[in-house]
Design a protein around this ligand. Structure first.
Ligand SMILES: Cc1cc2nc3c(=O)[nH]c(=O)nc-3n(C[C@H](O)[C@H](O)[C@H](O)COP(=O)(O)O)c2cc1C
Length: 242
């Protein structure tokens, strides 16, 4: 029995599925201050371990700063490209990995492990829980921006010390993401990496376990027993071999 969704629920799922990582579709048009504020407030409403709220948001509009960051990112792109061979190198050469100058602004999201320390409730056994919290703020920002018809592109082709130095981020604080943000011509329906043949989204069945973390082979049989369509099974098996 499926229960019907109301319009708000449907709108939420629509945003989840419409969200894209944007590189080539930024227009550079301004973002109204009240819209930016709503998006950042959504990020700031994220859950966090021990209510530590370990994030900060640095808004980078200056073209000089963005240009210096872009040069660094392009150099790091070359570092990655130099590790690739054959078809991978060829495919990667066609993929754009950032929209730093084309977007309206950069939002750099940082993680301060010292916030709420020393006794961060819930982090004593899992230090990474602080970092997870920052990623949830980023995801809230990403979904809110999508709801506002803005695009977001996460750039991670950088060395943390470089970005720290560029923006005056203290040594103990980690830059977690440079997010390109701004109006876009449109959001692609299919992720860039999939369109360019780099890697596709795995079927849900490939990552779904029941009761225990079973291996792929067992799961593929179990899934087939649950009468999955042969097309999905085939896709799953191709993915499993990768
Ligand atoms: C932690 C993280 C880092 C990423 N870094 C980059 C990046 O440096 N450059 C880029 O073009 N995309 C980057 N992406 C975007 C992914 O490539 C993208 O999310 C993935 O291909 C799925 O596409 P979609 O977000 O449009 O669904 C990053 C995403 C995440 C979550």
């Amino acid at each position: 029995m499926s229960s019907p969704l109301d319009a708000l629920g449907a709108a939420f799922y629509d945003v989840c599925h419409r969200r894209r990582d944007v590189r080539g579709e930024f227009t550079g048009a301004p973002v109204a201050e009240d819209v930016l504020r709503r998006v950042l407030s959504a990020a700031h409403a994220a859950p966090s371990v021990g209510m530590s709220q370990p994030w900060d948001f640095v808004l980078v509009r200056d073209p000089g700063t963005r240009g210096r960051f872009r040069d660094h990112v392009l150099a790091e792109r070359e570092v990655f490209a130099s590790e690739l061979e054959g078809e991978r190198a060829e495919t990667f050469s066609r993929i754009k990995v950032e929209g730093i100058l084309e977007s309206t602004l950069g939002v750099v999201v940082t993680y301060d492990p010292g916030r709420g320390s020393p006794a961060v409730l819930g982090r004593h056994a899992i230090a990474d829980a602080g970092l997870y919290s920052v990623c949830l703020a980023i995801q809230n920002l990403w979904l809110a921006a999508t709801a506002e018809d803005l695009g977001v592109g996460w750039v991670s082709f950088y060395r943390e010390p470089f970005l720290r130095e560029l923006l005056g981020i203290p040594e103990a604080v980690r830059p977690v993401a440079w997010l390109c943000l701004g109006p876009v011509t449109h959001l692609e329906e299919v992720p860039d990496l999939e369109r360019h043949g780099w890697r596709g989204r795995r079927p849900l069945e490939a990552v779904l376990h029941e009761e225990r973390y079973t291996d792929a082979a067992t799961r593929s049989t179990a899934s087939a027993e649950r009468s999955m369509s042969s097309e999905v099974v085939e896709k799953l098996e191709t993915e499993t071999r990768r």
